[in-house]
Design a protein around this ligand. Sequence first.
Ligand SMILES: Nc1ncnc2c1ncn2[C@@H]1O[C@H](COP(=O)(O)OP(=O)(O)OP(=O)(O)O)[C@@H](O)[C@H]1O
Ligand SMILES: [Mg+2]
Length: 631
Amino acid sequence: MDILKKLENYREEEEKLKWEGTFADYLDLLKEKPWVAQSAHSRVYNMIKDAGIEEVDGVKKYRFFSHQLFGLEEALEKLVEEYFHPAAKRLDVRKRVLLLMGPVSGGKSTLVTILKRGLEAYTRSDKGAVYAIKGCPMHEDPLHLIPQHLRADFYDEYGIRIEGNLSPLNTLRLEEEYGGRIEDVLVERIFFSEDKRTGIGTFSPSDPKSQDIADLTGSIDFSTIAEFGSESDPRAYRFDGELNKANRGLMEFQEMLKCDEKFLWHLLSLTQEGNFKAGRFALISADELIVAHTNETEYRSFISNKKNEALHSRIIVMPVPYNLKVSEEEKIYEKMIRESDVADVHIAPHTLKVAAMFTILTRLREPKRADIDLLKKMRLYDGKTVEGYNSQDIKDLKNEYQDEGMFGIDPRYVINRISSTIIRKEIKSINALDVLRSLKDGLDQHPSITEELKEKYLNFISLARKEYDEIAKKEVQKAFVYSYEESAKTLLDNYLDNVEAYCNKVKLRDPLTGEEINPDEKLMRSIEEQIGISENAKKAFREEILIRISAYARKGKRFDYYSHDRLREAIQKKLFADLKDVVKITTSTKTPDEQQLKKINEVVARLIDEHGYNSTSANELLRYVGSLLNR
Ligand SMILES: Nc1ncnc2c1ncn2[C@@H]1O[C@H](COP(=O)(O)OP(=O)(O)OP(=O)(O)O)[C@@H](O)[C@H]1O
Ligand SMILES: [Mg+2]
């Protein structure tokens, strides 16, 4: 479909969504769809809930956020369960400003943007529909028209609680335009839009001397005073501050703690009492979610100031820490690259993973337990199996420190380094070594890194580099075997047959000649030696394997290559050891003979077809592994 046709369809869709009627019609609609009268907080919560919730390993995963925010499941669960959910139920937390607190580039603004874009879409859906008094600059809730003394009756009939008073402007309009006939007041469906300033506002502090409170609460329109005769005529007032425009929806308060106090007080009265003061009017009711964000340093200095004490109790702080999982960090980079100008560059496999390893290492604290080092901790946090440890160990590790996720390298730094690598290298292909080098060079320019920290970070870069070396070697060695999985499986089966015969003290049958033969001790040992199993320990190891096989069989599962980590490692090492010389010679020779050239081409082709390399990155990888094996 071409774009013009799509535009036309879009316009038609928009037309279909429109609704306009009298207040009486609106009441009919409420009978049918009572949810449209929900509060702003409740709408936000339902929007999140309606998108779907999965539960993974006891942690809730909200689909609403999961496409764009990675590795923040626990923080998001806390945010939804401790703020949005109770706020939707009209509990007290909704009367507080929501303050997202976290380290730089940790996704705070992204989180708020997701909420904004989400609301724009949600108000176009049936479940998220919002209605307002037509022609009201604050899109006031039509139910405010119902006078206080009738609200109890209204509740009995409709089951809907009304909060807030009719605004000065609509009080006047009701008299002047509708002759006091509430049932005739026109109501329309509205659609939130940040661009059109409907239901979504953003306030960001500028120079405190010149910034005017009008940005928040609107201002007198001097050109119309003559027409309406007085400054206190609400028609001579422009209700176009961010607080006005965000009514029924959400207002983002950027850099809240950098702001002048007088602005904060307005907010606090709004959140606390649900109303704010504008011009010379009675208090104006507003129903909106206020989200602010700040970093930890700012927050600490804010709370340490006695003057701000009264404000504390009116703010609810929710942490937005850095992600601590390597695989999720990779997704963050993928997303940021996709959204950037360098999206067409070839990034060799494992490049982002290795960068993520470095980043995550900078965000972790050294484990207190002696049996776990930083790399193991990193793997455990990432949900990888580390033999001998389980989910309880992960919980214990997390409990050791409370501030993990609040410090370390931010994702934007990594992306900037990746971009600068790309620009410097000029060819459209980068690999893990390029990125590690660039991350290292960048440390000198990073404004907030002390010498001591730099030392530590350099060490993490070399740890990540070592991890990469292992990955690179495995990758190449795998590509040298015609079918790696197949060979590993054959070797494993062969080993298991022999182990079984050995433990049961029976003979094996030669598949070709059919004659009985003893278990192949040499073969078994050549595998076991790979993981350091001594002659004395071999019997116990073999028996352990056999027990594992029967435990699997009891559960109806098949014991395979992935069932036993140590055995898998042994098989892999054995395969690689057999290959080592071929790989070593082939990858490092400067003048390959015909046979070697053929092999190299085969391996490059396999790296490209099966492992996601291009010819540049595949050749770089081979050369690198050649140099590693020759050290
Ligand atoms: N956990 C995460 N999941 C997905 N993207 C993330 C995550 N953390 C950071 N990002 C990405 O990093 C970039 C910076 O994030 P963002 O601007 O939201 O951070 P911030 O907390 O508002 O930072 P600042 O304190 O600098 O304002 C964005 O492109 C964002 O998408
Ligand atoms: Mg931000």
